[in-house]
Write a protein that binds this ligand. Sequence first.
Ligand SMILES: *[C@@H]1O[C@H](CO)[C@@H](O)[C@H](O)[C@H]1NC(C)=O
Ligand SMILES: *[C@@H]1O[C@H](CO)[C@@H](O)[C@H](O)[C@H]1NC(C)=O
Length: 439
Amino acid sequence: MRLLTSVVAALVGQALSQDAPSFPFPTSCSGVAAPRYAYTVDSGWQVTKIASGLRQPRTIIFDPLGHMLVLQASSGISVHTFGPDGCINSTKTLYQNSGLNHGLSLTADGKTLYASSQTTAWSWTYDPAALTLTNQKTVVSGIGQGIHSTRTILVSPKNPNLIIISVGSNSNWDNPTIDPKVGRAIVKVFDVSKAPANGYSFNSQGTVLGYGLRNEVALAFDPNGHVWGAENSGDDFRRTVNGQSTDIHIDNPAEELNYLGDPAAPLANNWFGYPTCFTVWEPSNFRDNTALKTGSQFVVSPNSTFNDASCEGKSVPPRLSFPAHMAPITNGFDSKGENLYITFHGSWDRQPAQGYFVAEVPFQKNADGLYEPVAPPDSKTGYKNIIGAQNPGGCNSPSLTMSSCWRLAGLSWDPTGERLFISSDNQAQGEIFVLKKKA
Ligand SMILES: *[C@@H]1O[C@H](CO)[C@@H](O)[C@H](O)[C@H]1NC(C)=O
Ligand SMILES: *[C@@H]1O[C@H](CO)[C@@H](O)[C@H](O)[C@H]1NC(C)=O
């Protein structure tokens, strides 16, 4: 059985790589403005800017023919073909809608495209050869609104009928989300093959994949089709113990990498802690509880009925943690599941600023067939910066779309698994870069 599965997988892989052309790595692309902000790249990688002047490119995906689709926030969806030099050869607007702000996903066969606005998710029939969209349908509607406005949408590569949608909290402390029925701080699964004619209603339908997720913007499927989410955790935190309050917000709470599980078999009551249990990045800020380590769960105000230890067995802790406020936006695995890549948009809630880079998180496949990070959950070094702002501490980001540095957002491998594409959605200039590991 196992042998059969791998033969089929190899055949599928072959068919895909035959369809998707391989392009050379360009060392420069004519007509593309010079990089807008200074960056440094790891010595094991090469990088070239391939697009400039886009409108807040948030999400990058590829169709099976190797064309690049880009969701440009407040604008719509564009598709770009590549020429024999590996640079962009043609650009076409697929769909214009100023309400689109982040979510974009394509079925593995390249035939059904999904995109989202703050309140609604749609599907279309996509033709990768003709580069056209037809047959628009509403698949999910009635999503609530709030400060976190993006709705990441991903279609499962293993089960193309299943889509997952992430909705963040509507404020820093969204207390009603302790009940998943409020439909915020949550990731839900919808079976589009059974969708009502006018689409699902987000809050009352679908299945909960995980909740207590403050703003799980970055989501990806590992090679088993299981979901890994990276979470934007809370701002301006203070720790209050016996009436004494200490500012802990510079280095806590941690941003989180969470294992959400298999969308084909969601776990019951998969609660990740928000708005009660959070994750420690820097344990030295917690002088009253020396048992806490990086990756431990804590509450901001322990009391006689609920303290840090009360989170154990109730809140699912992250599998890996990252420094506070770095703002993960997109997750993407390489084809073998050896590394997860994460774009970090960069902080506004601490000085000096941090983030503004792409992390490479080494993963391994365990004897039980499941994937997980190589580093243990209490590690502070479970990832590597492969490309980032040259002086992140000096980055000043007065709003989500304005910054004195690039703001890394979209990330995708091309279908051959050779080139990694990343975008900056800084409104001063939307940029796309291509990276490749040096041989
Ligand atoms: C480049 O784009 C033109 C249309 O703008 C198209 O005719 C041509 O086939 C493209 N070449 C490649 C290699 O994609
Ligand atoms: C104790 O803390 C828990 C968790 O933060 C909270 O839900 C509860 O209301 C608190 N109880 C009191 C008496 O403050």
